[in-house]
Design a binder for this molecule. Structure first.
Ligand SMILES: [Zn+2]
Length: 241
């Protein structure tokens, strides 16, 4: 009756509402470009608040003592009370309002967040493997397969996708975002500098667009990092002397 969807919808709308890393990692993303959404999404937070108020409102209408907590807790408890809820004259209203509220949350989530795709699920199910594509709201830590319900760590999945994509080439902003996922922060200025010095070779396409190889950018970054560290050590040593 919709109560089972509360945990998923709640997590997504919370992530969208409080997302601070707009335009951050999105390897395999459908969009791939940074969005101009403000850091905190008031629309999503507002819809989440409505869902919270509605659920605790319904819970308090039952004579039984209900737990306090986040909507997933209340929803889980309401699920255990279904036989009682069915006897209430407001059961139909609950269903309708709950569905409306969940739908509002979903829409707010979609407006706020770019969904990222995280490769195929590959979870073991009934002797086979789940072939559904796993997606998550950008900024979420845990992804959940809509097909089989398996959960997985978003970062681990992104790193796995990246390890499969080291040979891939893409425009500079995409390459820099991808590197950030694996914890490699490359400043756009540095990258442009390496390109102009020929350390990273651009592939120039017919339409004039340029792409760079992920692996090449990472290698140059590591070389530069090592060089910088050697210089710092040298300077420290000479200041001691
Ligand atoms: Zn699955």
């Amino acid at each position: 009756m919709g109560l089972k969807q509360v945990p998923d919808v709640w997590v997504d709308v919370q992530v969208s509402g409080t997302r601070m890393d707009v335009g951050a990692p999105s390897v395999g993303s459908s969009g791939g470009h940074a969005s101009s959404t403000p850091p905190a999404n008031l629309d999503a937070l507002d819809k989440a608040q409505t869902l919270r108020v509605k659920l605790s409102g319904w819970a308090s209408l039952l004579p039984q003592l209900h737990p306090f907590g986040e909507p997933p807790v209340i929803a889980a408890w309401l699920l255990t009370q279904i036989p009682d809820i069915r006897k209430q004259p407001w059961a139909g209203d609950l269903l309708q309002e709950l569905q409306e509220s969940l739908q509002e949350c979903r829409l707010a989530t979609d407006r706020a967040a770019e969904r990222i795709t995280l490769g195929q699920c590959w979870n073991d199910i009934d002797g086979g493997r789940c072939e559904a594509t796993v997606t998550a709201v950008n900024g979420a830590r845990v992804a959940r397969c809509k097909e089989c319900g398996a959960t997985s760590d978003v970062r681990t999945r992104q790193q796995w996708l990246l390890s499969e994509a080291w040979e891939a080439a893409a425009p500079l902003p995409v390459i820099l975002r991808a590197l950030r996922i694996v914890g490699t922060e490359v400043k756009p200025k540095d990258a442009e500098n390496w390109v102009s010095r020929g350390k990273v070779i651009a592939c120039i396409h017919e339409d004039g667009g340029k792409t760079y190889q992920l692996n090449a950018m990472r290698r140059v970054h590591e070389q530069m990092q090592a060089k910088r560290e050697r210089r710092v050590t040298r300077e420290k040593l000479s200041s001691i002397a």
